[in-house]
Design a binder for this molecule. Sequence first.
Ligand code: C2E
Ligand code: CA
Ligand code: CA
Length: 644
Amino acid sequence: MSPITISKIVMYAASMLIGSTGILFTLLNRRTDKLQNKLYLAMLTIVDLNCVSEILAACNLSRAAVSPAAAMAVRVGHFSYFLPHSIVPAIFLFYVLSVCGANFSGKRKRYILLTIPALLIETIVVLNPSMNWMYYYDHNMVYHRNWGLMVIYVLSGLYIAMAIFMLLFSWKALNRKRRTALIYFFTVAILGIVVQLINYEIRTELISETIGLLGVMIAIEIEDDRIDAAMGIYNRRALNADMHAYIVSGRSLSLMCVKITNTEIIKRATGSDNSEALSKLVSEYLRSIVPRYYIYSTSPGTFMITLMDTDEKKVNDLAATISERFENPWKIGDNEIPLKVLVMAADVPNRIHSVSDAFYMADSPVPKKLDKNILTGSDLDYLLRRAAVESAITRGLEEHNFEVFYQPTYRVSDSTLHGAEALIRLHDPEMGNLFPDEFIPIAEQIGLIDDVDDYVFREVCEFIKSGIPALNLMDCINVNLSVLQCMQPAFAEHVIEVADSFGIDKTMINFEITESIAASDYSALSRAVRILKRQGFRFSMDDYGTGYSNMQSIFRLDFDIIKIDKSILWSAEKGQMGQIILDSSVRMIRQMRRKILVEGVETEHQLQMLRDLGVDFAQGYLFSKPISKRDFIELITHAKHKTS
Ligand code: C2E
Ligand code: CA
Ligand code: CA
């Protein structure tokens, strides 16, 4: 054998080894069930078999002119090379399509069209032994190319071009690893093909293809970072990446969340935290009814399932099946454990618009009000609204969509201006105007209340600094504080620092607290109040009479003003019982020598009632609703002109 022949054979043997390594490890990983995996394995297998064909041809080429057996071996070698290799570009296109998340079954016709060039290619190859369209051998067994080969090159080029187009088209949907792997493959494979095209003696095509495919295996096919090893299903990170891809590429699907709502029972029943064993058990069950690559585990006891091209009825049936399974107990060790499940299903992108919506569905606390265990359609509105509010808050802080409104308070005796309460509003470009009753509790849960309250406090400081409130004889401006916030260690110091930075009179700030905390947290709160009161700040107890307030804290926290909740005033108008509660509350607070403000005053009659009771201040729609700072300034300056 000539040295050139030997070097060719070595090259093919090396490619074959690399290819076999890829095949072996793909099979070892046992992830061959997805279409994408199958296509990958098909490419690798073809390239590997091609090496055998090429070795066969190379070994016999030198003797082909003299030995009919060698000539036959060369013919078989070449034919068995072209037969599968000619469709690799087509398979590669479908591989790229599936990595990019294409929807094959949805647009079947379009994908069938894509196979037509491949069929044409295969026809040319299959007919070659009799028609010689592609290549032929002369009587010296010298190989000649024919026009058919050009046709195949052009069609293959078309597939590669479409694959590159697809890659660029889905650029945003692919993560860095996938992009890099696909570009790596294109570069290495094309380089190998070009080198071989320039000099046919340098057989780089197969080795570059196998090396390129190996890169693809490492970056795309081996999904160790996406798989929960114990359960063999995808993890949180995979859901994040896949949802991102689906949403960017506008793919529609159904997203199902299976949530075990009583995981704490496992500990009680088995004595130890067997949540992992349980998750494994449930994931095995889910895998028995849905392919594993559609299931994600986002946290112990919570699973998300992506359902492609599944109509509503099938989704609902699946939800019912899962829910029914949970009517029977689960066996962990010797224990039969009854598990409760909540199944939610929502459409992407109709109801789930973003990746965070999906995670909100997975992570949100189970709704108390809904006692169903399957939630679909409009059941989930509130959930999704919550997710939307969450992003509106974050967006609001970044884009300055918050605004402080002011609602004036008046002295009951002569209806002169006493002060104002600062009330926050959120004007979201997408959701419109949002009210604090909705977004404050959410801001508390996601840990953004500090930023929200801090914003309000600074706005109020700035307003006071402008001198307008003092000029209009306002006593103070009330700022609502979240109790969560006041209990933070450095809270008081922070407030003092901000007020000092504005250089304002601290007695003009009156903090409102709804006293709803457990006694154990009392010390932190009372410390903050003490420090701030010493600095001159004033404090009001908010929502007196709603059940949270307690008599003792009026003294312990040394409140200046007690704000009686509007519900007390309104029920006083309705009946004798309510009247007694209001009367005695007012009397008691007065005996404690605190000032009293009643909120929710909407009618003259109510105001008269408060006057008769000797209440100090009033706030309510009778005087004004909460209004923007501009309107507020206009209101108070106008009122001053009227009275003076
Ligand atoms: P709140 O502190 O009890 O505030 C009084 C609420 O009663 C305000 O609702 C106000 O618009 C409303 N109101 C006042 N007078 C009347 C009336 O005559 N009739 C009726 N029907 N309602 C009246 P708003 O502005 O929606 O605020 C709701 C709650 O959100 C507040 O209750 C407060 O707890 C919280 N909040 C508002 N702004 C802030 C803030 O900046 N920080 C914090 N942490 N909480 C805030
Ligand atoms: Ca308040
Ligand atoms: Ca209140």
